[in-house]
Write a protein that binds this ligand. Structure first.
Ligand SMILES: C[S@@+](CC[C@H](N)C(=O)[O-])C[C@H]1O[C@@H](n2cnc3c(N)ncnc32)[C@H](O)[C@@H]1O
Length: 446
């Protein structure tokens, strides 16, 4: 058994649900041993090789770093050594500054030039451990430990400026770009991960990080983009994992737009089928997939049909292993509509999805899953959500629970917002400032 540390995306619950689905789709048994709002500690009954880890990381939309645990410390020790308020306890700090994990990560540093970084992830935004001081002081202490143990050179990188787009992100961790730029994953270099949980602190070493440069290139260089309707590639990857598709499978996106989800799928070697009512969007998706094939220098198995999602069973002449989609979410509002308008839009969308689901189910393999987003409209008279009963009526489909009960080891959480509820059927995916927010659901034949 090996214990892995997954640094979670901003939507931590969705990241965990996706992670479980992604690993289980690959036949890997997982147990979530512990988690915070920023990290999941996952026990896996096998050791994953570098290739599998890289493939899993590429497939994930949420978690963006994978590491392995080296040591577990008591939270109380770390809290006393680096409290956010009040004075620290010297005995505890001295103990921590011995950095016992250095000997495990670098058993033979003699004569080597070592560059490293320390990235710490809090329990939540309210964590009362001073991670900023901890990363700086521990980095310096580790440098000295390495030099004392015979390293020729030891240098570290500290986190860069906080991200303007994501001020909630803890400014105590290195970005994947920084890690790649300085080759911190190539031994003897290393990134040390610190995950603060309720009662324990996990110390580990990063094995793989998400290639954000590649993502940026794909987003910016692809020929056809319509930002108004485009779905983020991250959420697309999450939907693909929740739909249970992987290399060699065929996935359908019946509201494919310009094909963001299909491109993410094609990159993973998944065969892609797309349908869209708008001829420009359908043509855009074709152009994007052709471009991707040229960029990758390989043949992509794709087909895009201009048509109505309610007629999937007539348009598509084959069955698919999974369906993943961000459907048409209604009008693009710049201001909140009134409640009646929101309710009547929701009714229309429910009808559209219900008819589309009745058609989709006919091309879906027996054990196939449908992962999709549902609109959540912020009206002037409150939030309007879609009722799943009329959505699923007459489809023979049922809604799945997103966090399987047997996968989560119950861990005491003092903060009730941190409890992972296995009965959850929808997970919100919020985008700041948008009138139409989304919930993610997974449905299937049960
Ligand atoms: C939210 S967008 C999908 C965006 C897509 N995931 C992307 O990133 O490009 C919804 C799409 O549904 C299409 N659409 C609307 N009604 C449809 C229908 N009845 N059948 C198929 N497509 C439809 C729209 O043309 C639009 O491209």
């Amino acid at each position: 058994m090996t214990q892995y540390m997954f640094v979670l995306g901003k939507n931590w619950i969705l990241s965990i649900a996706e992670l479980i689905a992604c690993l289980e789709n690959r036949g890997i048994n997982v147990k979530i041993t512990d988690h915070s709002r920023t990290m999941a500690i996952v026990d896996i009954d096998q050791t994953l090789d570098d290739e599998s880890l890289a493939e899993i990381q590429t497939a994930l939309g949420g978690a963006y770093k994978i590491g392995t645990t080296v040591m577990v410390l008591e939270r109380n020790l770390v809290k006393r050594a680096f409290p956010k308020r009040g004075s620290y306890k010297s005995r505890e700090r001295d103990r921590l500054l011995k950095c016992p994990w250095v000997e495990i990560v670098w058993p033979k540093p003699q004569g080597k030039r070592v560059e490293f970084g320390v990235s710490a992830y809090p329990l939540s935004n309210r964590d009362n451990i001073d991670l900023s001081r901890l990363t700086k002081i521990l980095s310096e202490a580790m440098k000295h430990r390495l030099l004392d143990r015979g390293a020729r050179k030891a240098a570290y990188y500290l986190y860069s400026e906080p991200d303007r787009r994501d001020p909630d992100r803890p400014p105590t961790a290195l970005w994947p770009q920084t890690i790649s730029k300085h080759n911190l994953l190539r031994p003897p270099n290393a990134e040390i991960l610190i995950g603060i949980m309720d009662s324990d602190v996990y110390i580990g070493r990063t094995l793989v990080v998400y290639d954000s440069m590649l993502q940026q290139y794909r987003d910016e260089a692809r020929p056809f983009v319509t930002s108004e309707i485009s779905t983020s590639p991250k959420i697309c990857r999450t939907l693909l994992n929740l739909a249970g598709v992987k290399e060699g499978d065929t996935v359908l996106d019946p509201f494919c737009g310009t094909g963001t989800l299909l491109m993410e799928a094609a990159l993973q070697g998944i065969r892609v089928r797309g349908i869209d009512l708008d001829p420009d969007a359908a043509q855009g998706a074709r152009t994007n997939l052709r471009w991707l094939g040229q960029e990758l220098g390989q043949q992509i198995d794709y087909s895009i049909i201009r048509g109505d999602a309610r007629q999937v069973h007539e348009l598509l002449k084959e069955s698919v292993e999974g369906i993943a989609t961000e459907p048409h979410l209604g009008p693009v509002w710049t201001e909140k509509p009134d409640r009646d308008t929101a309710i009547s839009t929701m009714r229309e969308l429910t009808k559209l999805y219900n008819e589309a689901l009745k058609s989709m189910v006919q091309v879906l393999r027996d054990d196939g899953k449908i992962a999709m987003t549902l609109p959540v409209i912020q009206s002037t008279g409150g939030v309007v959500r879609m009722d799943t009963r009329p959505l699923l009526k007459g489809t023979g489909l049922e809604i799945y629970r997103l966090i399987p009960k047997d996968v989560v080891r119950s861990v005491m959480k003092k903060d009730k917002d941190l409890v992972l509820r296995p009965e959850r059927e929808r997970i919100p995916e919020r985008k700041w400032g948008q009138v139409v927010q989304r919930d993610v659901i997974v449905i299937g034949r049960g």
